[in-house]
Design a protein around this ligand. Sequence first.
Ligand code: ZN
Length: 679
Amino acid sequence: MDKQEAKRRMEKLRQEIDRYRYAYHVLNKSLVSDAALDSLKKELFDLERQFPDLVTFDSPTQRVAGKPLKEFKKVHHEERMLSFNDAFSEEDMRDWMGRVENYLGKKIKDEFYCELKIDGLAIELVYENGILVQASTRGDGIIGEDATQNLKTIEAIPLRIQIPDSRFQIPNRFVVRGEVFLTKKEFERINKEQKKKGLKPYANPRNIAAGSVRQLDSKITAGRKLDSFQYDVVTILGQKTHEEEHELLKKSGFKINPNNKRVKSLEEVFEFRDYWAKHRDRLPYEIDGIVVIINDNKVFDDAGVIGKAPRAAIAYKFSPKEATTIIEDIKVQVGRTGALTPVAVLRAVSVGGITITHASLHNYDEIKRLGIRIGDTAIVSRAGDVIPQVTKVLKDLRTGKEKEFHMLTRCPADGSKVIKEGAVHRCSNKNCGARVREQLYHFVSRAAFDIRGLGSKIIDRLLDEGLISDAADIFTLNSGDVAALERFGEKSAENIVREADGHKKITLPRFLYALGILHVGEESVRLLAEALLRGKSKINLPADVLKVGKSLTEGELQNIRDIGPAVAKSIVDYFKDKRHQELLKKLDSVGVKIEIPRLKAKSSKLKTKTFVLTGGLESMSRDEAKEKIRELGGDISESVSKKTDYVVTGGEPGSKFEKAKKLGVTTLTEKQFLEMIQK
Ligand SMILES: [Zn+2]
């Protein structure tokens, strides 16, 4: 992105973020999810780092959220209430550590205090002579709202503090900070009631918590069972670590989160974070990450404040289930039933911990409903195991260069007319989907590209989700996209991608077999390979096959032993077809490479002898046995006839064995066969 483009994008991002923040913090209305907002902020933050001279003083990255409501009495916090900067990855965390050490000019061999980051509302409590005299919201950090009446209705907040720690005296004035939140259960209960009253349900527990605390009528607050943890002691009592503050809070009668933990290294921080990312569903309240604080209060104070946040603390967030990204293109894929699925090609984005590049748009009506254009900024979400969805387009971020998408009128697989059935566009050729599917099964089969792990069921799913619709697509699969499919683990997704990647190199006969040319079976591909290599052109790439293949004539082909007129015609027709030409080009562009096996026999020991194999061999695979026979100059045939010289019978020989006996053809046991090829 050049500077002019960046500048325009940054302006749009600032406006959009500000609009959302105003709605959220002042009007208590949530227009987009926190994750989507975070995603936009991250994009702005990254652009600001790239172009530091474009940072403006009113940038949302420079400001603390919230303006006090006019209706509430204002409270001037005696010490500014800060918030936290965000980290999303281990790399971000190491960068953070580097910045702190850089600032302090020394290495930190310190402990960290890890806390669960609850999706709630920050509050401050002031006690005088042990009695709660004031409870306020954060507001803009300096001036908050006096919500004493409302916060007093929360049972988890002590109205009087008692038990002094023997090391500390509870002073005349005691200021602590914490969080007010709503449990998941209470959230559900309130939303059920909303529904009963015919009102819109709340988007998330924090909305209700915030809304409840800022009610003008404290009876409403009391009717919603809010909960609260305290996590910070503002008053200086000589506490040396953050952990001590938590002990002090507990002994004074405050509710603290029992899951918080002191750890000794960043590695342990990562473990703590990973544990709770996995087990967050067990908690009775929502968390969106952890807060990591340098435990030593002296180091914490020395590190000071940067912008709106303490330098020595950071919010290490879980991978968001929503993110914003750019829709770079819309592709139309043919599914296994011939349905045409539009698929959004996305700028790579991490959603729920995996990187995705595609999202199904389901059908054309869905594109119209969401108003999607190519080039749009969109919210992509992935809840639980569900496939990534484009849930919203941020139209205010448009530049005017976005393009509308129109449904194809011709099927991309076979060029047939496209018809519409209900919401679904479909290829008018009833066999189209089935043929696409069969071609893919064939392409990955053992005698072709031999991509294990890509069974027919998985191919069907990849087709249905629009992740593949031709053979070349198999080599561009992204493990994140596959992992995003329901019941697909990250491991198995990675295996499939690795397996496909490991099979990009293929011998010429196997490659030709994989193409599935009509009448050209496992045996005749060897003849076709010979024909292609006769011209002495180098054949290393699918494009070479295309070039030489297009030049073949039926006459030339028929000069080759065992190639009849039907096979010759079918080969010539194949290379003439535009769609096949496109596929070969595409296979070339995704990096398929062709190897030339030794086609000439090593010796002529078995020359003029024709073999048929039946049943499985113990010492080698059937392919290996065929390879051996060919190396020695022999031929392979699929069926037994009078011309057959030997039938090699492995375990459980079938009808071929019976036929050999009937025709009086010599049969060989595996042992006899091995002796014959070893001599
Ligand atoms: Zn079609």
